[in-house]
Ligand binder design. Structure first.
Ligand code: NAD
Length: 316
């Protein structure tokens, strides 16, 4: 067990935080990881938890000092679909939250920062297939704009202030332990719940909308992997492309049908379709593979097998 680090996860009650905290505690011990959020869940009973509003820089500083925090994983954000409904709040939270954490590292109060970006940094003019690390971006959502600006600021803080900040451009993330939090790829989690409970699902994206996705264990592995990588190997300090596999709702439904015979899917695209249409279909993650050894384990079939197996235990 590693004991030299004291970790603060901000936004720990969300889809990623719920799983990340559990995984980090296996490495750093229960007391080595402080979970924090504005929302209190069952997680607060499992180990140290603080109510933190990341917008409150003074409150954040006090908690960071009290716990002698060395690393912050900043997960608090407004996601793509929610931020489109509340653009000003999305921008304020996604940017000011990041500044409040980056400034702690600039002042050398903490040593290391993890902040996730997203495939939403890409836009309609980006090459859609095997999207390269360095390419035209021009995001068209407020979420994507905030992520792209965040990437620029991360790189700036690294270059100007020697801040050890590390970042990944997550694709849509799929997991069974926690609910998704208002993104454009949330359908890929909801569909499993509805298939097992009701045998049918109405999808808010059209049947052939291909998007890059990843199973949560791979996302957690990548997150902890880049944070533990030797600093010299982390050459990109904006954010790394990260890839798992790509599929459409139609592909996923066919895979689920192998476990749930007779499962039916219907399509009623809503405002999230426009967001999905502006994003890539697949991502080239060779820089992450080359620099710090990124390798995903799951594909569509193994992810579906594992989701169904685990969700059956939880739901049925
Ligand atoms: N889940 C995905 O598919 C995905 C894909 C790409 C990028 N990301 C990024 O990963 C990060 C985490 O995503 P997630 O899916 O876990 O999101 P989520 O919405 O499930 O969780 C975010 C958490 O932040 C908390 N929060 C909101 N405002 C806060 C504040 N002011 N102070 C403290 N906490 C606050 C919320 O209560 C919530 O628990 C975000 O930066 C998101 O943009 C997620």
């Amino acid at each position: 067990m590693r004991t030299s680090e004291k970790i603060l996860v901000i936004g720990s009650s969300g889809q990623i935080g719920t799983e990340l905290v559990q995984n980090l505690r296996e490495i750093y011990g229960i007391d080595g990881v402080i979970a924090s959020d504005v929302k209190v869940t069952e997680q607060a009973k499992e180990g140290p938890f603080e109510v933190i509003d990341v917008m409150n820089a003074q409150g954040l500083l006090e908690i960071v000092k009290r716990h002698k925090i060395t690393q912050v994983y900043l997960l608090a954000a407004l996601l793509s679909a929610t931020a489109e409904k509340m653009p000003k709040l999305g921008w304020d939270l996604n940017m000011q939250g990041l500044f409040n954490v980056l400034d702690l590292a600039k002042e050398k109060i903490i040593k290391q920062v993890y902040w996730p970006s997203s495939i939403a940094v890409f836009g309609p003019n980006t090459p859609k297939v095997n999207t390269p690390q360095f390419t035209v971006m021009e995001p068209s959502t407020v979420y994507g704009i905030s992520k792209q600006a965040g990437e620029r600021w991360c790189e700036y803080y690294f270059n100007k202030y020697n801040v050890d900040v590390r970042s990944l451009r997550y694709p849509g993330l799929i997991g069974w332990k926690s609910a998704p939090g208002g993104g454009t790829t949330d359908y890929a989690v909801h569909i499993f719940h509805e298939a097992l409970k009701n045998g049918k699902y109405e999808c808010f994206l059209s049947e052939n909308t291909i998007l890059p996705m990843m199973y949560m264990p791979d996302a957690i592995k990548a997150t902890i992997g880049i944070m533990q990588a030797d600093p010299g190997t982390v050459k990109i300090r904006s954010s790394y492309n990260l890839a798992g596999f790509s599929f459409s709702p139609n592909d996923l439904a066919a895979e689920i049908r192998k476990h749930v015979p007779g499962f039916t899917i219907s399509y009623a695209p809503d405002s999230r379709q426009q967001i999905a249409d502006s994003w890539p279909q697949s991502i080239d993650a060779k820089e992450a593979a080359k620099d710090w050894g990124w390798q995903p384990e799951y594909d569509l079939k193994s992810m579906t097998d594992d989701m169904i197996k685990n969700l059956k235990n939880v739901l049925l």
